[in-house]
Structure formats: C-alpha cells, structure tokens
Design a protein around this ligand. Structure first.
Ligand code: UD1
Ligand code: UDP
Length: 376
C-alpha cells in the first residue's frame, strides 16, 4: 500500500506507483489521506492516478493535531480491511509521520521513501524535520535518495542492511514531464514566455516563514519588481490563506508581478525551465531546478538538501529583505556571478529511483532482489 496526502508526495510517489503497477511480484493499493485537496488532485490528474481510497481528511485551516488525529482515526480501518504486506510513505509531512505510526501499531512493515534527509534542527523545517525522524524510527526499509541521506541514517545507528540508496523519484517524475510541450493556461504567462521575457519565479509556503519572514520575502520581491520593470515576477500562490494574506497585499497591483493559482505540475516544470532565477522555500523545487541549471536562492536558514548547495547551483539566503534583494540583484546584473551558479547538475537522481525502490521492496518481502545503489 502506498499512502500519501500532499502535492509533493503525489509527485514523488507517482513514479513508484507506476513501477509497482508494472511489477510482476507486487501490486499497489493506492491510498490518499487527502491532506491536500485541489493541489493533490492536480498532480493525481496529471499522472493519471486515481487512488483506490481517499480518507478525505482535508479541512481548510485545521491544526496539525487535528489533521493528525483525523488521519489516525481513519487509517486503521483501511489497514485492517486491506491487510497490506508493507506500506510506503514518502517524505516528511503529517501524513507520513502519522501514517507510519499507524502502520507500526498494526505491525505492518513501513517503507520510507526519501529517507534520511536531515537539517539537524528539530524545529526547522517545522514540523518536517520531526516528521521524517519519527517515521524513520518505525521504518523497516529506508529508501535514501543520496549517499548523504544514507550517511545521516548510519550516524543515527540505523542498521545498514535496512537502507537502500535509490535516488530521488522527483527526478523520475521530472524526466517524464520535462519533455512534454506545454502551453500555459494563463494568457499573461503564455504571452510572456513565448516572447522570451526575463522571468523570476517565486514559491513560498514553509510554516517557519509564516508572518514576518514572509512579509520580508514579499517586500523584497516588490522592491525587485520595481527595480526591474522589464522582468516578469511569477508567483504561483500556495492555496494556504496564511500565505496569501501576507503576500497578496504586497504584490498585487504591481504591473510586472503575476500571481497565479498553483500551476499544474507540467506548467510549473515549464516555468522552471523558462525562469532566469528561482526564489523558493520549497523542498521539491530545490531538487528540480538544478536539473535545468537554474540558480536557486533558498529562502530558509538551513536545508536538508545540501547536495545542490555543494554543487553550487543553490544558495541558502534566509528571509532578510535586504539580503534577498542583494543576492537577486547580483545574479540579475552580474553575468559572471550568474554563470557561476547556472550549470545543470543532478545530484538527486538518475531517473531510475522508482525501479530501485520497487526492487528493494520486493527484497523486503522476499519476492525479489535489490538493484545496485544509486551512486550519486
Ligand atoms: C504541507 C506539509 C509540508 C509540505 C507542503 C507541500 C505538513 C505539516 N506540511 O504544508 O511539509 O511542504 O504541504 O505543499 O504536513 N490548502 C488548500 N488546498 C490544498 C492544500 C492546502 O486550501 O489543496 C490550504 C488549507 O487552508 C490548509 C492549508 O492550506 O489548511 C495548509 O495545508 P497543510 O496540508 O496543513 O499544510 P501545508 O502548509 O500545505
Ligand atoms: N509544484 C507544482 N505547481 C506549483 C508549484 C509547485 O506542481 O505551482 C510542484 C513542484 O514542481 C514540486 C512540488 O510541487 O514537484 C513541490 O511542492 P511544494 O513546494 O508544495 O512542497 P515541498 O516540496 O516544499 O514539500
């Protein structure tokens, strides 16, 4: 059984669902907690996935404890009815931590896809760092994306035999979608991209950025938009009103800022290809954008994804307004600084992570053999 609930989990689970469907020894049961609604449905639709079951736990604005208790309330019946041989969870959301604990209570082996990412700070990102550590404690098979994440698990005393380095399925998903020819539905985006207008892409949603830090991000983007009237600033706004309430007043009304609803996944991939520069606090975007050789300024104090920072295409800059402006100006004005950051690297995967993951799950269930690890 694969259990997932949010947009990024759907993107990264889709390749594994396909690999399990293609397997001769495994059959997937696809369960959505429905933690997200519109943003999840968008991704399911693109990848052609219809969950066998949807727990429908979405409730706008619910607290983390409310969300967790709704999942814990609804999942046991599904586990009892389906009796899966193993359950796969992906990443670090509330769906992951609570799903893993529910499976542990039901004595069902947990497989953790994208295991071993660590920022080293329990409270940042919040609650994701705790969610992935909690899931890791009750996991029977850790599918680590990189050798860095494997080493994090080894340092925590995890049995090496339970870890497979598989790469990140985000790259499998990207490879399927990056070649698609995509038209933006939004006319302003369609027109500007076909005209080759310079574009800066922004996404933000992290809980630790809510409030003042997000206000600083918005103020920085507004300042940049005024400074570069020829450049388009595109902000696909996360559905969360907590994000929108802060950013809309700062960005609305600026002629060269386009605020859009969350883009369909292939459109967002296309936007990353088009962008000159990306500012984000997203985890997935930090993994995708380096594939396109696009400089990424990460609006966070730390990252559990150091590989692209080491490779030089991603830079951690935090949320100080002046710092954001200075770093963006440097990249937009200084060709040498831009070129130094803009080389395509793919430290997160080679497009075969789902195949390796399915093989490792088959071995866990004693119906197959693992493939060699992803070397990175
Ligand atoms: C969640 C994950 C986060 C992940 C992010 C991906 C947790 C605690 N957080 O954060 O790790 O990076 O998803 O986007 O698991 N909303 C909608 N429609 C949607 C989705 C969200 O209206 O389709 C609004 C609702 O008001 C909801 C709010 O956004 O209450 C927050 O959603 P939630 O799932 O609690 O957290 P995210 O901030 O989306
Ligand atoms: N994404 C998307 N549409 C958008 C913004 C992002 O499809 O408008 C995709 C993006 O390509 C990546 C994923 O959503 O695969 C990242 O999700 P998000 O930033 O919400 O969560 P995180 O990765 O931070 O957990």
């Amino acid at each position: 059984m694969v259990i997932y609930g949010t947009r990024p989990e759907a993107v990264k689970m889709a390749p594994l669902i396909r690999a399990l469907e293609a397997s001769e020894v495994l059959t997937p049961i696809v369960v959505s907690t429905g933690q997200h609604r519109e943003m999840l449905d968008q991704v399911n639709k693109w990848f052609g996935i219809t969950p066998d079951l949807d727990l429908g736990v979405f409730k706008a604005g619910q607290s983390l404890t409310e969300l967790a208790s709704r999942i814990l309330d609804k999942l046991p019946e599904v586990l009892r009815d389906a009796q899966p041989d193993a359950v796969v969870v992906q990443g670090d959301t509330t769906t992951v931590a609570v799903g893993a604990i529910a499976c542990f209570y039901h004595e069902i082996p947990v497989v953790h896809l994208e295991a071993g990412l660590r920022s080293g700070n329990l409270f940042s990102p919040f609650p994701e760092e705790a969610n992935r550590r909690l899931a890791g404690q009750v996991t029977s098979l850790h599918l680590a994306p990189t050798t860095t994440s494997r080493d994090n698990l080894l340092r925590e005393g995890i049995d090496p035999a339970t870890i497979a380095v598989v790469g990140n399925t985000v790259i499998d998903a990207l490879n399927w979608s990056a070649g698609e020819s995509v038209e933006f539905e939004d006319e302003r985006l369609a027109e500007a991209s076909s005209a080759g207008r310079r574009m800066v892409l922004l996404t933000t949603h992290r809980r630790e950025n809510w409030g003042e830090p997000m206000g600083d991000i918005g103020a920085a983007i507004a300042e940049l938009a005024r400074r570069y009237p020829e450049t388009l600033f595109v902000f696909p706004a996360h559905k969360n009103p907590v994000v929108r309430d802060v950013l809309y007043p700062l960005l609305e009304g600026l002629e060269n800022v386009v605020i859009v609803e969350p883009l369909d996944y292939p459109e967002f991939v296309h936007a990353q290809k088009w962008a000159t520069l990306i500012l984000t606090d997203s985890g997935g975007v930090q993994e995708e954008a380096p594939s396109f050789g696009k400089p990424v300024l990460v609006l966070r104090e730390n990252t559990e994804r150091p590989e692209a920072v080491v490779a030089g295409t991603v830079k951690l800059i935090g949320t100080d307004r002046q710092r954001i402006v200075d770093e963006a100006v440097r990249l937009l004005d200084d060709r040498a600084a831009y070129d130094a950051m803009s080389h395509a690297v793919n430290p997160y995967g080679d497009g075969n992570a789902a195949e390796r993951s399915a093989a490792a799950i088959a071995q866990l269930l004693e119906v197959g053999e693992r493939l060699p690890d992803f070397a990175g």
